[in-house]
Design a protein around this ligand. Structure first.
Ligand SMILES: [Zn+2]
Ligand SMILES: [Zn+2]
Length: 145
């Protein structure tokens, strides 16, 4: 199947071909995302087999919690994706939306860990807002597919 989307990091060392991307953009206001990105992360979900990575040798990964890891370009520092740590490498990609060459048709629909968002910034428009407890309850109820 031809890639529906392409994307790359700031320096271009990591290039992505993406299929099966969900056009809903999710913002995460948790402390880890805030520190890692500088504000909040904005991600789109792509199935584990929907990303072809060119320049994988430039990808560095930081295990940011017991359950997930964040990958970034080791040359330019661009945030690439967040994935749950699970056996078999089957976890979906929470891919940084800003990497995409074309964001046409993508829309911010959900903000998670909304209770951790500092008053410093706020997104306009209507989004579903979930607290950290609501997000964690959701994942506890339906563990990773
Ligand atoms: Zn780079
Ligand atoms: Zn987060």
């Amino acid at each position: 199947m031809a890639a529906e989307h392409t994307g790359h990091c700031l320096c271009g060392a990591v290039r992505l071909q993406i299929t099966g991307l969900n056009p809903d953009v999710h913002a995460c206001h948790c402390e880890n995302c805030r520190r890692h990105s500088g504000a909040c992360t904005m991600t789109v979900i792509v199935p584990h087999d929907g990303v072809i990575v060119h320049g994988a040798e430039a990808v560095a990964t930081y295990q940011s919690s017991d359950w997930a890891a964040r990958s970034f370009c080791s040359r330019c520092g661009s945030g690439l994706w967040y994935r749950f740590t699970e056996p078999g490498d089957q976890a979906d990609y929470f891919l940084s939306a800003g990497l995409l060459d074309d964001l046409t048709g993508l829309k911010l629909t959900q903000e998670i860990y909304f209770d951790r968002k500092p008053d410093t910034w706020a997104f306009a428009g209507d989004t579903e807002k979930l607290t950290g407890a609501e997000v964690e309850a959701l994942y506890a109820a339906s563990p990773k597919e």
